[in-house]
Design a protein around this ligand. Structure first.
Ligand code: 5CA
Length: 158
């Protein structure tokens, strides 16, 4: 087994604790964006899980959206599920609540618990690929297993 970057080791351990056996892959190429991750993984961009942090405009609570790399978030549509308007926080806030840097935000293993929603389109694939804590690490997972491990509510993001 290769030595993982500490951030990726944290994600692997958090997944294990959530009942999900994952194998983090350290890629030679950048996986910072969904397009780059799809190229590195040799998969469709729709199979990339974007882990996007928003903040409730009223409660100021952080919210995590797991979104297919093929989709854009309609914040007004998502607000109807969340029950309040959404804000886009800055990178420092994202780092603070997740413990990870933008481009490597994983779907689980965060510094603070994040209420999580998952794009229904991700469930159309046999496997999806998500960031594992750094902009050059990924892991492969069955979307339904990811949903279970993150306790995500499935929604339409668009
Ligand atoms: N590793 C890839 C594929 S898993 C990845 O992390 N993609 S991502 O889409 O989840 O992360 C990039 C996202 O971070 C962008 O889509 C954007 O929504 C967000 N982002 C980029 N810059 C900032 C910023 N300065 N502040 C807040 N969010 C940002």
């Amino acid at each position: 087994m290769t030595d993982l970057p500490p951030s990726a080791a944290r994600v692997e351990e958090a997944a294990r604790q959530a009942g999900l056996a994952i194998e983090v892959m350290v890629m030679a190429q950048s996986t910072r964006t969904a397009e780059e991750a799809a190229a590195a993984c040799g998969c469709a961009v729709g199979q990339i899980v974007k882990s996007l942090v928003f903040r409730g405009a009223a409660t100021k609570k952080p919210i995590l959206l797991l979104v297919s790399g093929a989709n854009r978030v309609d914040e007004r549509a998502v607000a109807r599920y969340v029950g309040e308007k959404l804000e886009r926080p800055d990178a420092d806030y994202v780092r603070e609540v997740t413990g990870f840097v933008i481009g490597g935000i994983p779907p689980l293993g965060h510094a603070t618990p994040l209420t999580t929603y998952m794009d229904a389109d991700l469930l159309n694939y046999d496997v999806v690929w998500a960031a594992a804590g750094t902009p050059a690490t990924v892991f492969k997972v069955e979307p339904e297993k990811l949903r279970e491990a993150t306790a995500a509510t499935v929604i339409a993001v668009g």
